[in-house]
Design a protein. Sequence first.
Length: 372
Amino acid sequence: MKIIYFFTFDYSLQVWKDSGNLDRELEYFEFLNRKYNHTFIFITYGDISDYKIIDNCEYIEVVPIYALIKKSKSKFMRYVQSFKIPFVLKNKIKNFDIIKQNQLLGSWVSIVFKIITKKPIVTRTGYDMFLFSVYEKKSIFIRVLYYLLTQFTLIFSNIYTVSSSVDKHFIQKNYFATQNKIELIPNWIRIEENKPLKSRSQNKILSIGRLEHQKNLSYLISSFENTNYEIDLYGVGSLQTELKELAKEKRVKVNFLGVLPFSELKKVYNDYKFFISTSYFEGNPKTILEAMSRGCIVVASNIKNNQEVIDDSINGILFDFNGNLESIINELNKDKNITEIISQNAVNKVIKNNGIENVCELEVNTMKKILF
């Protein structure tokens, strides 16, 4: 099967590389090629430099949009330009089986391409943009725009995939698209060998995520005020200076470790017994799933999407924001038998629900529904 893969609007291979996600993203395509012989054409919002990022890969052809048309410095004009893209691509790309759109933003490009090429399209979403815009208290205009874009994409997609049952139920309740178009395909995880808990750091806390309001990292830092626990924080964002000042004020040792390529980051989990996520809201949380797969004891905020992943006190711990994180970690450190059980249960759940083999099979079967 030959798949045209449209990147999220304004995203390129260079953006994937700079964010540390390139290795992880490519691992999925490598698996699909190796097991199912799928090949891909990447439609990226990059320039000629994207050609060099994936070089000499037999199963991936890279087509950077801004190697074909001139990129405007104005984001508004790039939106206007985007309606030209499907027609430029139609003259360049002839033979393929199916279109896949990565995330909602940019879906109009792939949908117009679908219409003019008469090929089926699968739209893949990792989170609900409209719902996130409500959580983030964006303007009414932005919320309405995201709602309409979601509705438009649902109508014109042959299949629309979500990564959590919470998002699936929300869409079924709030949109009028045909219900049998919506498929649940969770985020994938590669299962690897883990270190035993006893050889990991007991008083260091691992947290990974963007340094933004959604992740609620001020709560994490404040929770360990005047304690002997140390926090290793991977990620970048607009709140870094503010969080550094808070850590100093609360006398918490926080190591701001920036961004690592996924090939390195996935090894980091094995050095920690505890992983904490304090997010206000999530989609299908990749870092929590990665941490669980590596046998970490995950302590996460008691929100709907985390509840879907974590069975409280069985394969992780859910906490309310009026809870005491330090006390939770102290209690877990006292009972090695419980933590061993939680750790193994976490790995088992991820293998069952998110192992790359199972997720790839789900996706392949989903595509077959609209091809055969």
